[in-house]
Write a protein that binds this ligand. Structure first.
Ligand code: IMP
Length: 195
């Protein structure tokens, strides 16, 4: 039987591998696989809004079922900044070192270090739209710890742990992370044929 084709609106090979392993009943294709090489607008002011923009762009332009994700780090003492602007907090897109330095500078020695990562996933399937969310609560460290991961991982310590995300293995992080939880909800939904 032919597998149902679903576009995952990303070219991040790590995310693709993770999702393909969990959704074996589906043919998961990337943006490159459908020859989409343009910059998809991410101009919404919420994570959910950006996830919806990306998924709708693909469904409308290519006529394909699709899901997309958007993630941000919300720091309580900074009015939930950088949030939807996490990738470009210090200006240039995805400069991880500059982003962490700006965050630590803005937080100074504020005793309230509470923060959370949030991932929103938007799924367009057979003319309907579904949203999934994953949250990982934790605290912002006063300095970087660990060499693994990416983004804000070296300064984020998840609740109940004594290590930063950057000190964890991929599996360990994936089991408790915002993205892991959101993807788990998407996978359960798709595998249970709830659509
Ligand atoms: P994206 O929506 O997955 O591209 O994530 C946007 C930005 O959030 C990234 O550029 C990173 O700065 C940050 N980010 C997303 N996920 C993580 C994570 O798991 N750990 C640390 N930073 C992350």
């Amino acid at each position: 039987m032919n597998k149902l084709k679903l576009v995952f609106a990303t070219n991040n090979q790590h995310k693709l591998m993770e999702v393909r392993a969990m959704l074996t009943n589906f043919e998961i294709v990337s943006l490159a696989d459908i020859n989409c090489f343009e910059d998809i607008p991410e101009t919404a002011d919420t994570l959910e809004g950006n996830a919806v923009l990306k998924a709708n762009f693909i469904t409308e332009k290519y006529g394909l079922d699709c899901f997309s994700d958007d993630t941000g780090l919300e720091v309580e003492a900074l009015n939930n900044e950088p949030g939807v602007y996490s990738a470009r907090y210090a200006g240039e897109e995805n400069n991880f070192e500059a982003n962490m330095a700006k965050l630590l500078k803005n937080l100074k020695n504020n005793p309230n270090r509470k923060a959370q990562f949030k991932t929103a996933i938007a799924l367009n399937i057979r003319g309907k739209q579904f949203i999934f969310e994953g949250i990982c609560k934790g605290t912002i460290l006063t300095e970087k710890k660990g060499e693994r991961g990416f983004g804000y991982d070296p300064i984020f310590m998840p609740e109940g742990y004594k290590t930063s995300f950057a000190e964890m293995s991929l599996n360990e992080k994936g089991n408790i992370s915002h993205r892991g939880k959101a993807i788990e909800k998407l996978v359960t939904f798709l595998n249970q044929n709830h659509w």
